[in-house]
Design a protein around this ligand. Structure first.
Ligand code: ADP
Length: 259
């Protein structure tokens, strides 16, 4: 049911109701459209590795099994595409989790120890130099947050910095007018200006060939943004191609009135 302009232009109660109703419908239609697009994109992303696996297995079945070189190539391809599928499915499950969960596991948590612990773990796991600077923030300053998700957020951003750069990575944590400001800066390949507006979109990858090698799914930053939204914060991605990227995250500190 859509109320026509005859009603909405009158400015009376029914007209206003009709207007609100139309806006609601538009909102729902938009949500529905995005959902369909997402399912279509996800299906496409899942089908690609499956097609590769299917063709290599049928090649092995038909004749490749006897040739060691072909066997090797097929097994490598099947293995890497299987890993890719696995990581895609894990990311998709994480996204779905956010859509379901209205309320996250919010608790008081100290930010500095979590940032320190995570950067140290990533540094060791990937054998890379990650420099952490904390300025004007005490060890005890707290967020009202889901600690597991904040950690996941850090891992996503650090993982990208590691994937797309080779030089040391700088992490700074500061206090900016009531917000925790977290900056993760790399001196890596960067992102071209025309690609910048899209980096938070699901499945968006700047360079398909480059990213197939680095094993990205294009879902990391979409998940990062959902985590930030859940905590009423903001996330920004600044970059210059060939010079590096900086991700800036603002998260509100816990205030006295919050429980
Ligand atoms: P992916 O899993 O492909 O890394 P993301 O959603 O995390 O997906 O990032 C989307 C795209 O943004 C990446 O494919 C990459 O092209 C670009 N990107 C993200 N972080 C960086 C970075 N630190 N340096 C350069 N490019 C980046």
């Amino acid at each position: 049911l859509m109320l026509g302009p005859k009603y909405t232009s009158r400015g009376d109660e029914i007209g206003r109701l009709g207007h609100t109703f139309n806006e609601m419908i538009t909102h729902l239609q938009e949500h529905d459209r995005k959902q369909r697009q997402f399912v279509a994109d996800a299906s496409h992303e899942l089908r690609t590795p499956l097609t590769v696996i299917e063709s290599y297995t049928s090649m092995l079945q038909r004749w490749g099994g006897n040739d060691p070189a072909i066997r090797r190539e097929a097994l490598d391809a099947i293995h890497s595409e299987t890993r890719r599928l696995k990581s895609l499915i894990e990311s998709l499950l994480k996204l779905a989790e956010f859509e379901r969960e209205e309320q996250a596991m919010m608790e008081e948590m100290a930010l500095v120890p979590l940032v320190r612990e995570t950067t140290e773990q990533m540094e060791q796991a990937f054998n890379r130099d990650i420099r952490l600077t904390v300025s004007g923030v005490s060890e005890r300053q707290r967020l009202l947050a889901d600690a597991k998700k904040i950690k996941q957020l850090l891992i996503i951003i650090l993982d990208n910095a590691i994937k797309y750069s080779v030089k040391p990575i700088d992490v700074t944590l500061a206090d900016v007018s009531g917000f925790a400001e977290l900056k993760i800066a790399d001196q890596g390949v960067g992102v071209a200006e025309e690609d910048l507006p899209h980096v938070f979109e699901r499945f968006y990858r700047v360079d398909q060939t480059r990213n197939r090698e680095t094993g990205g799914t294009g879902l990391g930053l979409a998940i990062a943004r959902q985590i930030v939204d859940l905590h009423h914060g903001t996330i920004r991605f600044d970059s210059k191609a060939g010079q590096g990227s900086t991700v800036t995250i603002l998260l509100p500190w816990k205030t006295q009135s919050e429980h």
